[in-house]
Design a protein around this ligand. Structure first.
Ligand SMILES: Nc1ncnc2c1ncn2[C@@H]1O[C@H](COP(=O)(O)OP(=O)(O)OP(=O)(O)O)[C@@H](O)[C@H]1O
Ligand SMILES: [Mg+2]
Length: 357
């Protein structure tokens, strides 16, 4: 069996009193695209710096293809990196920036030239090779940084918000490019983004981070359907949280609960749940016309936002607090601020979660 492309074992990094990375275990399959998603300060960049060799771990191990690389210099790890703060070399042309990692690896001048042209075409900057970084826009500089990281076809590519400064159209285009490059190169990619939609569309798996820890790692659909706790439920997609009481655990995947004056069997997000639980319900699962079997969630409309394909309804329920619903624009045409709505949801569309928000 092939060893993982990247394995982190009990990885820790302390900066004085701050434990930026607080014991992280993670394995990436060769060719996998995994995204770290978490709030500002949760340790995402620190993990990437430890893997790249720009920071030393306080404890734990980092293995690439089964080999401990902790003692190697960044250049000897053979990892491609795109970091916002490790910018382009300002004194080098775009061409020389992209050729630099190839030069380090003693590729022939002919191969370097060929590869630089390929990479420039890939990031749609053909003809910009002679320019210097200061003569490019921020977005163009980022694309050069992506080209530079990919030039030597690294087995592992670390990308820290590589598309952060791009406008939306360019961003979507670059997302597609990165996915295509990922497919064609077979590189393993560890990606960091703030943008959960980006994480959702690009990744094989997403790892949700909070305060230096991984809360849950899984395929986007799995995280969305079975969030491990309240934080994951609200951070990876929106939801309404309805307080509930745990009555019984009939099987590994379900719990029996009391909520909103009824009893129901719902999915559970984690194998063990404390007594203090909520039912998480996605906005699209709240119905304007509930059935008799639905759990009733009477809601006062606080705000209505027309989004084109759908209408976003923000409301208030005395038990659940904030209610977030999404409805079809035709169905919700008459919904107005201040109105009382008899919303409801099917038990099959709720998932029981514990933990803090
Ligand atoms: N060199 C450093 N010295 C001291 N503290 C640091 C250092 N680098 C990071 N930290 C702290 O470690 C924690 C994690 O920082 P990190 O940059 O990894 O977060 P992040 O998840 O990348 O956040 P963001 O989304 O804002 O980029 C933060 O509390 C940060 O202040
Ligand atoms: Mg960061």
């Amino acid at each position: 069996m092939q060893p993982p492309a990247l394995q982190l074992r009990a990885l820790r990094k302390r900066f004085g009193a701050v434990e930026a990375v607080a014991g992280v275990d993670l394995a990436l399959r060769p060719g996998e695209f995994l995204t770290l998603l978490g709030p500002s300060g949760s340790g995402k960049t620190t993990i990437l710096k430890l893997i790249a060799g720009f920071e030393r771990p306080s404890a734990g191990a980092i293995e690439l293809a089964g080999r401990d690389v902790s003692a190697l210099s960044p250049a000897d790890r053979g990892i491609g990196v795109v970091f916002q703060q490790y910018a382009l070399f300002p004194h080098m042309s775009v061409r020389d920036n992209i050729a630099y990692p190839l030069k380090l690896r003693r590729r022939s001048p002919a191969e370097r030239d060929r590869r630089v042209e390929e990479m420039l075409a890939l990031v749609e900057l053909s003809g910009y090779g002679a320019r210097f970084p200061r003569e490019l826009s921020g977005g163009q500089q980022q694309r050069v940084a992506v080209a530079r990281a990919l030039a030597f076809e690294p087995a592992l590519l670390l990308m820290d918000e590589p598309l952060g400064a791009l406008d939306r159209a360019l961003r979507v285009g670059m997302q597609e490019e990165i996915r295509r490059i990922h497919r064609e190169s077979g590189a393993t990619i560890l990606y960091v983004t703030h943008d959960q939609e980006e994480a959702l569309t690009m990744s094989d798996r997403v790892a949700i981070m909070r305060e230096g820890r991984l809360l849950q790692v899984g395929a986007p659909r799995e995280l969305y359907r079975r969030p491990a706790d309240r934080f994951v439920a609200t951070f990876f997609g929106e939801c309404t949280l309805v307080p509930a009481t745990l009555l019984a655990s009939p099987d590994a995947g379900h719990v029996r609960v009391a909520a909103l004056g009824r009893e129901a069997t719902v999915r559970r997000g984690a194998p063990t749940l404390a007594d203090d639980i909520s039912l998480a319900v996605r906005p699209g699962k709240l119905r304007l016309r509930p059935t008799a079997d639905d759990l009733p969630l009477p809601t006062t409309v606080v705000d209505v936002l027309y989004l084109g394909d759908s209408v976003r309804i923000v409301g208030w329920n005395p038990v659940a607090g904030e209610v977030l619903a999404r409805a079809d624009p035709d169905e919700a045409a008459a919904v107005a601020i201040g109105q009382e709505l008899a919303l409801g949801f099917a038990p099959a569309d709720a998932v029981a979660v514990g933990g803090s928000r």
